[in-house]
Ligand binder design. Structure first.
Ligand code: GCO
Ligand code: MG
Length: 463
């Protein structure tokens, strides 16, 4: 498998014309100059934050919405020096709520602030709102945080991972998403992912008796995406059906067949997508033990942290949880009591690099590793942020990697590489992502929803 994205050199040569792509080349960021308070914050009632240099004051913050293959929300912050940073604010199926949070409530607070003060800005946005946590707030804060890290790394003229402590490894092991309606389709999908270079594979299948099951992608013959794309562009959410008993009967046999076909070494993952009760999850974990899973993800609805105690008592199958979490508080019990093995949060939904790093440092004290969320609804900006963090932290576990579509890659010009199953964020300054306005403007926002589930009797169930 060779590199699928432009190398740093190619990227640099295509990005130079747009003034918004200017990095710190023209700015002597090594000499902060005299401390100055003469930014537009001067007229505020509270004393203005000291600015390291007037040029690093935030000149503008723009909220950009585009829908190349799906909807993405991006925050672009520009300093007086013309240094640009990007942050991902995409919240699948609820995108415009974060747009409003940013545009109506956060952007007016950013203009004039010193872009270098990342921690201060994070604490200010988190605490000054009074209303705390939640996916909308934390996605908005994440976008600001990541954009400011991007800016700081561009000033420093370094790839972001260098500012986070430098590389702790050479590459980032990624897992891909194989799925099939039956075993032949599933085996074919696993082989295709192996051909793409993946060395770790998530396995999802249809279940007899259930019409539409989470995680089963369109097959290549249908012309649809080969990776699973959960949100559907439609005015209303699609209804799917669910039967936990049928699922529990079926899945162990699927993993037995996969192990028989592909041998004992291939790391295999599975996502339960919050659908089981604790005792059902405990049973599935136990039934899957012979097939040595890398992890069983989101076996129960994640907001009940205590549920994992029961699951843990019954099984040694490793557990991953947290893609719908948004702060360290959601992890308090599961980390402190060592009820999980992998933290699944996305940088995008957990308050950014600053906040996710704090969670992962907390997790490290308990031998819990990272498994950062990386579905297609995390934009290439959010993915780049994840990759820089993955490379730098010590307790890295694995990175989810669902490849974006070609149009998305045109909007977001990226410098990461995927080679022989390993990702690398590249060596561009900052995050290494450039947003192409011209391409983005071709794709207007389209309403899209995640599906929802009903049981056979019509009861709404966790999706
Ligand atoms: C995963 C996730 C996704 C989510 C999606 C919702 O493990 O990648 O479960 O597939 O369903 O991110 O927006
Ligand atoms: Mg998941």
């Amino acid at each position: 498998m060779t590199t699928q994205h432009p190398t740093s050199t190619e990227h640099a040569s295509t990005g130079a014309a747009d003034p918004r792509d200017v990095d710190a080349r023209d700015v002597d960021a090594r000499d902060p100059g005299p401390a100055s308070a003469t930014t537009s914050t001067a007229s505020r009632t509270a004393p203005p934050a000291r600015t390291a240099r007037p040029g690093s004051a935030i000149r503008s913050a723009e909220v950009l919405v585009t829908s190349p293959d799906r909807n993405f929300v991006t925050l672009r912050i520009t300093t007086e020096d013309g240094v640009v940073g990007l942050g991902d604010a995409t919240l699948n199926g609820r995108e415009l709520s974060v747009v409003s949070y940013l545009r109506d409530h956060v952007v007016p607070l950013l203009v004039g602030r010193d872009a270098h003060r990342i921690e201060d800005t994070w604490q200010f946005l988190y605490r000054s709102a009074y209303w705390r946590r939640g996916p909308v707030t934390m996605a908005a804060i994440a976008a600001v945080d990541v954009a400011l890290w991007d800016i700081k790394a561009r000033y420093a003229r370094m790839p972001l991972y260098q500012l986070l402590g430098g590389a702790s490894r050479n590459g980032i092991m990624a897992y891909g998403h194989a799925s099939g309606r039956d075993l032949p389709e599933l085996f074919d999908s696993i082989r295709r992912h192996q051909d793409l270079g993946f060395r770790s594979i998530r396995v999802q299948t249809s279940v007899p008796g259930i019409d539409a099951v989470y995680g089963v992608a369109a097959q290549p013959s249908s012309g649809g995406r080969y990776d699973y794309e959960p949100a559907q562009r439609a005015p209303l959410p699609a209804e799917e059906d669910w039967d936990t008993r049928a699922y529990l009967r079926h899945i162990p046999a699927v993993f037995e067949a996969v192990r028989n076909e592909f041998g004992p070494e291939l790391p295999l993952l599975h996502d339960g997508h919050h659908r089981m009760t604790p005792i059902q999850a405990a049973r599935l974990g136990k039934d899957l033990e012979p097939y040595d899973l890398f992890w069983l993800e989101d076996c129960t609805p994640a907001e009940n942290q205590e549920a994992l105690r029961l699951v843990r008592q019954h099984t040694t199958t490793p557990l991953a949880i947290g893609e719908v979490f948004n702060t360290v508080w959601d992890y308090q019990t599961v980390i402190r009591e060592q009820l999980i093995d992998y933290v699944r949060s996305a940088v995008t939904h957990t308050g950014g690099i600053s906040a996710l790093r704090r969670i992962l440092d907390f997790a490290a004290q308990y031998q819990i590793k990272s498994g950062i969320h990386g579905p297609t609804d995390i934009s290439p900006v959010g993915m780049a942020a994840a990759l820089h963090l993955d490379l730098a932290i010590h307790n890295f576990g694995i990175q989810e990697y669902m490849q974006h579509g070609a149009r998305t890659d045109e909007v977001f010009r990226q410098s990461f590489t995927f080679t022989d199953g390993f990702l690398h964020p590249g060596e561009q300054n900052g995050l290494g992502v450039v947003y192409d306005d011209e391409v983005a403007d071709r794709f207007e926002y389209q309403p899209a929803y995640l599906p929802f589930n009903r049981l056979k009797d019509g009861t709404v169930h966790d999706w």
